[in-house]
Structures are given as structure tokens and as C-alpha cells.
Design a protein around this ligand. Structure first.
Ligand code: F6P
Length: 504
């Protein structure tokens, strides 16, 4: 497979980009009254509207030639076929298997071996355990200890779906090895009523092990060491390490090396979410992700949400040279979405070497940053409107109110006002005219969700996961390794050892 920048289509886009510096979004909108519908696509309950991007019909047509020229169809099928698309680690990246419905799971194989039985058994064990915790009501607090993919996805989803808890226990997330994080959580919890989930794909991540060790001491000190197995569950590929820690076999859940940490929310790594919202709602999350997966596999490029989103990103990053993408959810429940996406996009595509081990000469992942939109209006929106550093924007709108009260209309009014301000800007009309001028034409996409339900959240997760994969194919890089983070871990391990000396 050839990388996009090595194709003639890329050169054609470079030529188009030279004149596109002058493309103005208000003009594009006024020249084509159907633009808002034409530059919009929906799937799995999500609408992706990119009519306010600095893209015209010729640019779009040319961008849409990229997927075929890099053999995107084969890359997508390769994912589902269990090919070792994580080339540097010689592994498949088959997270889509995690949400495949029971009756269709049989399709999927790794190295010729069917994985259906394993995936299903583990899914059912995990969901049964989650239901048991919810119904027995032995615990009023669940503390998930994990970091990176073992924290960001579950923490984001548990917060996003808080409305679906239905009396489930309170779920807290601890990732930082700074002791105050766990101390704050322990302060508001009672040992006898607390369940810890140690979430670590590898079960070797130092921060997680240290926090887990402190939690175990806390339980043992209050209830005696015999109580430990009743207060801990764990999720990992590393079964012996879970055993060594003292996790009861029935509270031990596994995943597989073909699930990357940042792609693992739909595996047992989502246990804390399943406990919080219940098995049925968790299955809805999987169903939503599955419907976006199917759309991604089947829709033509021009209607394919992950592909369109990826192409818009490529245009902004590689041709308009915008180094950043701001993620602005107009829904407080999505407050952890920007942090979740930071790992998904930057750990996946923050690479400078191609799959063939050559240095890239083109930009890859942008800086992903963001905050809930309404709060951000009163902090960094100034820079977005008038600063010198230009950032593309993803504005995520949820049509149906999540919480109670009249505030939702205000939230939506603010979102719509900002969309227009970013697009149309304004001319100053006093002697301070220049300082008051907003140029407008800020490249933005609007991602519309009817409601923030488990199904829609699943679809949103899958949308961004596949966008990241499409971009990695276009850039010719591997989205599934993360060697950049290993060095710091190794250096840290030379300075301190686990287990802590006093535990021996
Ligand atoms: O340090 C980064 C990382 O390796 C991520 O890729 C991963 O999600 C995180 O650490 C946690 O890893 P684990 O789940 O193995 O504890």
C-alpha cells in the first residue's frame, strides 16, 4: 500500500491548496444554497456536517480519490480479516470483534482461528459480574484504577452515560500516581462498601500497580487481608499477574493482545461502565459501535462518515497546515471526550516513521485539545476567533437535553451563536475597528447527536476510531503501536522498583 503523499492525487491537492488559501466559508455557503445538505452525511444516529470547512467541490472530489489510490478498501477488509495490521508488533487490531453481535461473531478469525467463543464467553462473564454487583448491592462505590486506555475510555463513557445508572453504585476513576488522587477517593469511600477494579491490559503499568497496592493496603488495614479478594476485580491479558495480586478467579477478566489499550473500551476494560449502566445499556453501546462499524465497511467513500471526517482532517493538517484540532462538545456529560480523543488520536497517529520504516516528510496527527464548548467560550475561544494560531474545530452538539431544567436551550443557543461567529465573523465599526474584527471562515465541522444514549456514544466512539485508522492508512503509518511512551517507562523503572520496599 502506497502512502497518500506519494501519489499524484496528493500533488493535485497541493496545487488546489495554493488557491484554496483564499476559500471563504461564507462565500461558499452563499454560492450554493444546498451546501449545508450536500456537505453532510448521517449514519448510526450521527450527522457529520462539514459545510463550514474551507473545502469546495473540486477539493472534495479530489480528496475522495485518495482512498482508492491508497487501497483503503483492502486496508478496511484487512482489519476485519484479522490481518496483522499492527505491523511493528506483528499483531492484528481487531477491536471491531468486541462489538460484533453474537450471531455474526463466527465470521472473525485471527490467524485462521475463530475467536467467537472466547470473545462471547468473556463478554457474558463480564456482563454477568456487572449485573451481580449492581443487584447484590454489597458495594456503593466502585473505584477503577487504571491509566491511559484503561482509564480514559471508561471514565469518559461512565460520565457521558450517568443518566443511565438506574441506581447503580457510584463509579470513580483513579489514574494519576500522585497520591492525592487515590486519597481523595478513599476519603469519600467506606472500605466495607468499596469494590476496586484494577484495569491494566499489561498488569505491569507502574502507576496502576502502585495505586492498586495502596488500595489493597487500605482494605487489609480496615477489614483484614482475608477480605482482599472480595473487594477486588481485575481486567488484564496477564492472568498470572492478576493471580499474584490476589484477584479471585471469578473476578478476573481478560482481553487479548489484538485489542489495543486505547481501543479497549468495548472489552472487559469497560467493566466499570457496565457496572454503572448495567448489562443491557452496555450492550446498546456495543450495538451503536457495531452499526458505525458496518457503515464504515459498506458505505461508499462519499457517504462514509469516518472516511469523510478523515479526509477533512487531512485537508486541514496537510494542505491548509492547521496544526491543531479543537474538540468542543456542547454537552457537559462529554467533558472527558477531548481527553479520551487525545489518546486515541495522538497516541495512535503521533508517528514520524512509515510502516516501511522510512521517515515521513509530511505532518501526521494534529494537536488534539478541547473542553466543553460553553466553558471554553469564556477562556480560549478568544484565540480561536482572533489569535494567530489557527485550529480546526469539531463541535459536538447533542439535540436532546441530557439533564433537567431550562439550561439546554441556552447551551444550544450558545453553540449555534458560536458556529455563526466562527463562520461569518464581523467587521468592527468604531475607531477600534481592527481589534473588533473577527475574520470568520474558521474551518469547523458539526457533529450532531440526537441524544446522548449508550447507542449513540458507541457510534461516536467507532466513528473517531475509524477516522484515526483511515488517516493512518493515508499517512502510511501504524496506528496501533506506541513506542514513544516506552522510553519514559523504562527510565522510571531504573529509578524505583515495584513492589514498594515496605510491602515485602
Ligand atoms: O503509557 C501508555 C500506555 O502504554 C497506553 O498505550 C495504555 O493505554 C496505557 O499505557 C496503560 O496500559 P495498561 O492498560 O497495560 O496498564
Amino acid at each position: 500500500m502506497i502512502a497518500g503523499p506519494r501519489t499524484p492525487v496528493w500533488s493535485a491537492l497541493e496545487t488546489l491548496a495554493k488557491r484554496s488559501q483564499h476559500l471563504n466559508v461564507p462565500t461558499l455557503l452563499s454560492q450554493d444554497l444546498k451546501r449545508r445538505e450536500k456537505y453532510s452525511c448521517s449514519a448510526a444516529g450521527i450527522e457529520f456536517n462539514f459545510s463550514r470547512q474551507c473545502i469546495d467541490d473540486i477539493v472534495l472530489e479530489t480528496l475522495l480519490q485518495l482512498p482508492d489510490i491508497v487501497d483503503m478498501g483492502a486496508a478496511i477488509q484487512g482489519m476485519w480479516h484479522g490481518d496483522k495490521i499492527n505491523v511493528s508488533e506483528d499483531r492484528a487490531a481487531l477491536h471491531v470483534a468486541l462489538r460484533q453481535p453474537e450471531n455474526l461473531l463466527d465470521e472473525l478469525k485471527i490467524g485462521g482461528t475463530k475467536i467467537a467463543a472466547e470473545v462471547l464467553t468473556e463478554r457474558q462473564r463480564m456482563l454477568a459480574y456487572a449485573e451481580q454487583v449492581r443487584h447484590e448491592r454489597n458495594f456503593d462505590t466502585v473505584i477503577n484504577i487504571g491509566i491511559g486506555g484503561s482509564d480514559l475510555g471508561p471514565a469518559m463513557a461512565a460520565r457521558a452515560l450517568k443518566e443511565f445508572c438506574g441506581g447503580g453504585p457510584k463509579v470513580l476513576f483513579i489514574s494519576n500516581v500522585d497520591g492525592c488522587a487515590l486519597a481523595d477517593a478513599l476519603e469519600m469511600s467506606k472500605p466495607a462498601r468499596t469494590l476496586f477494579i484494577i484495569c491494566s491490559k499489561s498488569f505491569t503499568t507502574q502507576e496502576t500497580l502502585i495505586n492498586a497496592y495502596v488500595a489493597r493496603e487500605w482494605i487489609a488495614a480496615a477489614l483484614g487481608s482475608d477480605a482482599v479478594p472480595n473487594h477486588f476485580a481485575a481486567v488484564s491479558v496477564n492472568v498470572p499477574a492478576m493471580d499474584d495480586f490476589g484477584i479471585h478467579p471469578l473476578a478476573r477478566f481478560t482481553l487479548w493482545d489484538w485489542v489495543g489499550g486505547r481501543y479497549s473500551l468495548c472489552s472487559s476494560i469497560g467493566l466499570s461502565v457496565a457496572i454503572s449502566i448495567g448489562a443491557q445499556n452496555f450492550e446498546q453501546l456495543l450495538a451503536g459501535a457495531y452499526s458505525m462499524d458496518q457503515h464504515f465497511r459498506q458505505a461508499p467513500w462519499a457517504e462514509n462518515l469516518p472516511v469523510l471526517m478523515a479526509l477533512v482532517g487531512i485537508w486541514n493538517i496537510n494542505f491548509l497546515h492547521l496544526p491543531a484540532l479543537a474538540i468542543l462538545p456542547y454537552a457537559d456529560r462529554l467533558s472527558r471526550w477531548p481527553a479520551y480523543l487525545q489518546q486515541l488520536e495522538m497516541e495512535s497517529n503521533g508517528k514520524s516513521v512509515t510502516k516501511d520504516n522510512e521517515a515521513v516528510t509530511w505532518s501526521t496527527a494534529p494537536i488534539i485539545w478541547g473542553e466543553p464548548g460553553n466553558n471554553a467560550q469564556h477562556s480560549f475561544f478568544q484565540m480561536l476567533h482572533q489569535g494567530t494560531l489557527r485550529s480546526a474545530l469539531d463541535m459536538i452538539l447533542v439535540k436532546e437535553a441530557v439533564g433537567p431544567g431550562i439550561q439546554h436551550q441556552w447551551s444550544m443557543a450558545n453553540a449555534s451563536a458560536q458556529i455563526d461567529a466562527f463562520t461569518f465573523g464581523t467587521q468592527g465599526n468604531t475607531e477600534q475597528a481592527l481589534a473588533q474584527t473577527h475574520l470568520g471562515s474558521r474551518p469547523l465541522s458539526v457533529i450532531n447527536l440526537e441524544a446522548l444514549t449508550p447507542q449513540k456514544l458507541g457510534a461516536l466512539i467507532s466513528l473517531y476510531e475509524h477516522k484515526v485508522y483511515v488517516q493512518s492508512i493515508l499517512w502510511g503509518i501504524n496506528a496501533f503501536d506506541q513506542f514513544g511512551v516506552e522510553l519514559g517507562k523504562r527510565l522510571c523503572a531504573t529509578q524505583i522498583t515495584y513492589p514498594p520496599a515496605q510491602s515485602l
